[in-house]
Design a protein around this ligand. Structure first.
Ligand code: SAH
Length: 305
């Protein structure tokens, strides 16, 4: 087993920003040891699910210094607006159906840009290592001898749920959660996913990229014994101003997604934790929704005992 301890951070730290007010976040950033983006490096960063407030400080630091930003279609325009004026934006968006650059071509492009001496920010929606193919890109960079750094992001399966008022785990509903992709690289339903085992072993299931095959996935889960009336939430464009959440059931989810024209990107949450939304939809509450302090009906049940 390899056991190498690398110096951290490897890049040199940024000099203090003397123009910033002394107590501002900006002035304090240098003391956090944020790295300087060196020429010829690639930073593989997550931009979070959409709301720019969910960027990490490392990602913001990367955006400020990058001279080339290679981004996905999932990275919101609000986030890209934070790029410096001189930075070159390259859209490497891969959208199902439409012609899009191949993954291999994107990885090769990153190597070429780094070899030209650019500071290359590879910016992905959510987290780069969660259904983001960041691992493949990192391996190509490693193979080509390009130095790189990975900046994790808030994955939509956590952050998007939180903005819909759905905890990924909750003591009274689920002690485990499973993240699953509903789409294979070739575009079909993943046949290397054991839907039966997931249906039987995971109380809460969060599906990414599953809109296209939702009917087949829900059918597989029902066939494996999940209940027709199990709560399901479809969360479209989570954390953006276009966020929409549709609550439905496992049996009705695919038909309801069509009927309500739920747009991609969307997450599907299956499990009792969805019921907590009645009490935790803090975004809805901002626009007047009244929250239910007992969404699981526990107090009522206790009183009945
Ligand atoms: N790396 C990303 C996931 C990329 S796969 C992450 O960590 O979030 C693309 C899938 O992510 C989409 O099909 C959708 O299921 C989900 N997704 C990403 N951003 C989303 C958003 N803002 N709202 C809803 N779903 C989102």
């Amino acid at each position: 087993m390899k056991d190498r301890i690398l110096p951290f951070p490897r890049a040199s730290a940024l000099p203090p920003d003397r123009s910033a007010p002394p107590h501002s976040l900006r002035a304090r950033l240098p003391s956090m040891g944020l790295p300087e983006f060196e020429r010829g490096w690639v930073w593989l960063a997550g931009a979070g699910p959409g709301d720019p407030g969910l960027l990490t400080i490392h990602a913001l630091n990367a955006l400020e210094q990058a001279d080339v930003i290679v981004h996905d279609a999932l990275v919101s325009s609000d986030v890209l607006d934070l790029a410096p004026h001189g930075a070159r934006l390259i859209d490497a968006g891969k959208r199902g159906g439409k012609p899009s650059p191949r993954q291999r071509d994107i990885s090769v492009r990153l190597v070429e840009l780094a070899r030209k001496g650019h500071r290359v920010l590879r910016l992905k929606g959510g987290d780069p290592f969660t259904f983001g193919r960041g691992g493949e890109e990192g391996l190509t960079l490693a193979g080509a001898g390009i130095p790189f750094r990975v900046i994790p992001g808030v994955t939509s399966g956590i952050g998007g749920l939180a903005y819909a008022g759905i905890p990924a785990t909750h003591r009274d509903t689920n002690h485990a959660v499973t993240f699953v992709t509903g789409h294979m690289a070739g575009g079909s339903i993943p046949d290397n996913v054991n839907w039966r085992a997931i249906a039987q072993g995971s109380p809460t299931i969060v599906l990414y990229m599953a809109m296209k095959h939702l009917d087949r996935i829900t059918a597989a889960l029902l066939a494996a014994g999940r209940a027709d009336d199990e709560p399901v939430a479809l969360i479209s464009r989570a954390t953006t101003k276009d966020q929409r959440v549709l609550e439905t059931t496992l049996a009705r989810a695919a038909a309801d997604a069509d009927a309500h024209a739920i747009a991609a990107p969307a997450l599907i949450v299956i499990g009792q934790t969805v019921r907590l939304r009645a009490g935790l939809d803090w975004l809805g509450a901002l626009s007047g929704r009244i929250l239910d302090a007992d969404p699981l009906g526990e107090r009522a049940a206790q009183q009945a005992v």
